[in-house]
Design a binder for this molecule. Structure first.
Ligand code: DMJ
Length: 401
């Protein structure tokens, strides 16, 4: 974005003030997708050593989380000043969390030469491949001790979401050599279509949540990334399924747009339902907030790149206007407490994914396709771009500085 001065300031901060000898606890998943993902991108986009070194050192600090009987990491790592941390107690690990390490950890191995990172995520794959899956579905909670599912809740929204995303993106990032990820992705998607996909009486396609065979006819804002994911994966599906997946991606994205269009602010709620005659709207105040989440504009960006249908830029522009009108404050942008109020209260928080994802996807939606081309880059789940491996089997070819 040509923000060169800001970049220099941020780099100086990483160099001088981003200390890793801290105590306290941190989420393995969040540190990985936000910090490690951001540092890796900064390295690949600039070639500046400081980002590579910090990413690797931070990655090393996360390793104790994997000290479990199965190697499925626990969700939280405790850092202790000057020593290794340890994984905290806790009964189950979350699919979206331990399933969203693969992209970054492969790059950590690539950039450090240390195989341990790749080994950790390959083992997670192995466990997931071996375990029996109800109807081919992946439940959201797994015990890192026994390696068994803890309950049968399946969701493409929160708790499940980026696990599916990382399967198709692992395939793409590997230069289309990671067949295991490809197969796991299409198999999982088929099961999702069979058991979770629905069309409302009003004709809106949505992905429900599954609880041991019973459906909650609800979609979270988080699940709206799936339009983009299905579009991204459509081209590598079996020939006879490609057009179907393109259409499915477009329909889901349209439903998510409806959740925005049916509110007073033209921003979408945290969750929306399809029941009791209501469609694509929240049913209670506790789900009516919008915290600057990116998933809907993320799907607009992928659908735009795939189709060049101007509707996606129009929908994206509606979001820009709504953000300006309802979320802009003197000091930045804020979430709002009720998308159905024309004078919503602010929550006084600018989540970091607003800059990393929401604004980045909007920027890309209005840019040329060759800016961070999808041929050359995959976005991690926090929208930090990582390069595709274009090498043949012989060697290193990640380095597009
Ligand atoms: C982001 O931190 C990531 O996209 C994550 O995968 C889930 N969603 C939030 C933003 O909504």
């Amino acid at each position: 974005m040509e923000l060169k001065e800001e970049f220099q300031e941020a780099k100086a901060w990483v160099e001088e003030s981003f200390h890793l000898n801290v105590s306290g606890e941190a989420s393995l998943f969040e540190v990985n997708i936000r910090y490690i993902g951001g540092l890796l991108s900064a390295f690949y986009l600039t070639g500046e050593e400081v980002f590579r070194i910090k990413a690797i050192r931070l990655g090393e600090k996360l390793l104790p989380a994997f000290n479990t009987p199965t190697g499925i990491p626990k969700g939280v790592v405790s850092f202790k000043s000057g020593s290794w941390g340890w994984a905290t107690a806790g009964s189950s690990s979350i699919l979206a969390e331990f399933g969203s390490l693969h992209l970054e950890f492969l790059h950590l191995t690539e950039l450090s030469g240390n195989q341990v990172f790749a080994e950790k995520v390959r083992n997670i794959r192995k466990v997931l491949r071996k375990i029996e899956k109800p109807f081919g579905l992946y439940p959201n909670f797994l015990s890192p001790v026994s390696g068994n599912w803890v309950q049968h809740h399946v969701s493409v929204g929160g708790l499940g979401d980026s696990f599916y995303e990382y399967l198709i993106k692992s395939w793409l990032m590997s230069g289309k050599t990671d067949m295991e990820a490809k197969n796991m992705y299409y198999e999982a998607l088929e099961a999702i279509e069979t058991y979770l996909l629905n069309v409302s009486p009003g004709g809106l396609t949505y992905i429900a949540e599954w609880r041991g065979g019973i459906l909650d006819h609800k979609m979270g804002h988080l699940a709206c990334f799936s339009g983009g994911m299905i579009a991204l994966g459509a081209e590598d599906a079996k020939e006879e399924k490609r057009a179907h997946y393109r259409e499915l991606a477009a329909q889901i994205t349209k439903t998510c747009h409806e959740s925005y269009a049916r509110s007073d602010t033209k921003l979408g709620p945290e969750a929306f339902w399809f029941n009791s005659g209501r469609e694509a709207i929240a049913t209670q105040l506790s789900e009516s907030y919008y915290i600057l989440r990116p998933e809907v504009v993320e799907s607009y960006m992928y659908l735009w790149r795939q189709t060049h249908n101007p509707i996606y830029r129009e929908w994206g522009w509606e979001v820009v206007l709504a953000l300006e009108k309802y979320c802009r404050t003197e000091a930045g942008f804020s979430g709002i407490q009720d998308v159905y109020s024309s004078t919503p209260s602010h929550d006084n928080k600018q989540q970091s994914f607003f800059l990393a994802e929401t604004l980045k996807y909007l920027y890309l939606l209005f840019s040329e396709d060759d800016l961070l081309s999808l041929e050359d880059w995959v976005f991690n789940t926090e929208a930090h771009p990582l390069p595709v491996n274009h090498s043949d089997s012989s060697g290193r070819a990640w380095g597009r500085h």
